[in-house]
Write a protein that binds this ligand. Structure first.
Ligand code: NAD
Length: 354
């Protein structure tokens, strides 16, 4: 078997730990990519992988992504990720979560966990019984923390506005047509914020009823989930799956701007250049979708001081997302490199790897 450090996704990660607890049946990987900017922050995913090598690839790739995201958001956090390898029935027990909490605690703060796919706020609370290096815990109303979705949506909304101003020269979203893929926590929040500013919406979700209910509420069109990328519009906003921007996805697009919250939107690195060659302005995903991690990081940092996190601080940091996007787009225009390449370079410089 090839060693993980020969994987293409291995990027001088500071720590990659296999966690095995036979009593609870826990198998997990914790990958800390960089602690240059602070403790490695990133969620833990609970997922069944048919091939465990895919779990390692996820841990390596996602932890590097968190380093980039946290650095670009100006957070005092490095990048890390946890992956719990679930069995095919995805049975999750309190003993497993306790064992995972113990493993985090043993790292002494190098890894700070949070919710990701398959992990709830209740799971986070269970993990927090074993370690204080946890974010995304329930907080009283009016403080940083809790469900990251609305904060992610807020940053994406501001990023879409910035993209529309930059590419189309329009300062208001009134009458701007946005096609939204995925109407869940993030996509639904983006849709509501856009509708409040008078944007025209086309919505799609594999859960057609969900998209239709939102369209009824906000006044938009609904199309089939496999038709949304080809809708003629000003902005395509992907808020469901990753890797949708591949050869056929990019060829289908009929928009001026791609700006949405889904992680890892570019299927391969060269797809950023392909978007640029089609004249489409791209908002790098980990820059525009940082609102949620901003929220939980402010929560975590304050809790370490025995305080609640300030929502003003969260809003201030989310308010900087459009500035960062504009800086990326301007540099992209002056160097003729695509925005994803510029963003990666900026992020690597910030984590001391430039
Ligand atoms: P969610 O589960 O609440 O919503 C996702 C929606 O996408 C669901 O309604 C689902 O039915 C739909 N969907 C799935 N496949 C689809 C397809 N092929 N076409 C159309 N719709 C489809 O998840 P979320 O929290 O809104 O996250 C959405 C994306 O944003 C994910 O990629 C996630 O990794 C990313 N993200 C989320 C946050 C956050 O704060 N929640 C932060 C950063 C990034």
């Amino acid at each position: 078997m090839a060693a993980f450090w020969t994987e293409p996704d291995y990027d001088d990660h500071e720590l990659v730990e296999l966690v095995r607890d036979t009593a609870s049946g826990l198998t997990a990987i914790i990958a800390v990519h960089s602690t240059h900017c602070g403790p490695g922050g990133g969620g833990v995913r609970f997922w069944h992988y048919a091939d465990p090598a895919d779990a390692m690839r996820d841990a390596l790739r996602l932890s590097r992504g968190m380093s980039y995201k946290n650095a670009m958001a100006g957070l005092p956090a490095g990048g890390a990720k946890g992956v719990i390898l679930a069995d095919p029935t995805r049975t999750k027990t309190p003993a497993m979560l306790a064992a995972f909490g113990n493993a985090i605690d043993a790292l002494g703060g190098r890894y700070v966990t949070a919710e990701d796919v398959g992990i709830s706020e209740a799971d986070m609370t269970a993990i927090s019984q074993r370690t204080r290096h946890v974010s995304g815990l329930p907080v009283p109303e009016g403080h940083a923390g809790g469900d990251p979705g609305p904060y992610t949506a807020q940053g994406i909304f501001l990023g879409i506005r910035a993209g529309v101003a930059h590419r189309l020269g329009r300062e208001s979203m009134a009458g701007v047509h946005v096609a939204i893929q995925g109407t869940g926590s993030v996509g639904g929040g983006v849709a509501r914020l856009l509708a409040a500013e008078g944007a025209l919406l086309t919505l799609a979700d594999i859960d057609h009823v969900r998209a239709a209910a939102l369209a009824d509420e906000l006044g938009g069109e609904v199309v089939a989930h496999d038709a949304i990328m080809a809708v003629p519009c000003d902005v395509f906003s992907p808020n469901a799956l990753g890797a949708i921007l591949d050869e056929s996805g990019i060829a289908a697009l009929r928009c001026a701007v791609v700006a949405g919250g889904a992680n890892n939107q570019l299927a391969r690195a060269h797809h950023g250049a392909m978007l640029a060659a089609r004249g489409i302005l791209y908002a790098p995903d980990y820059v525009i979708n940082a609102g949620g991690i901003i929220n939980v990081t402010v929560e975590y940092v304050a809790r370490q001081r025995g305080e609640h996190g300030s929502l003003e601080e969260v809003n201030r940091l989310i308010g900087e997302i459009p500035d960062r996007l504009r800086a990326i787009w301007q540099e992209s225009e002056s160097t003729c490199e695509s925005p994803d390449v510029i963003a990666d370079r900026m992020a690597r410089r910030l984590i001391g790897r430039g």
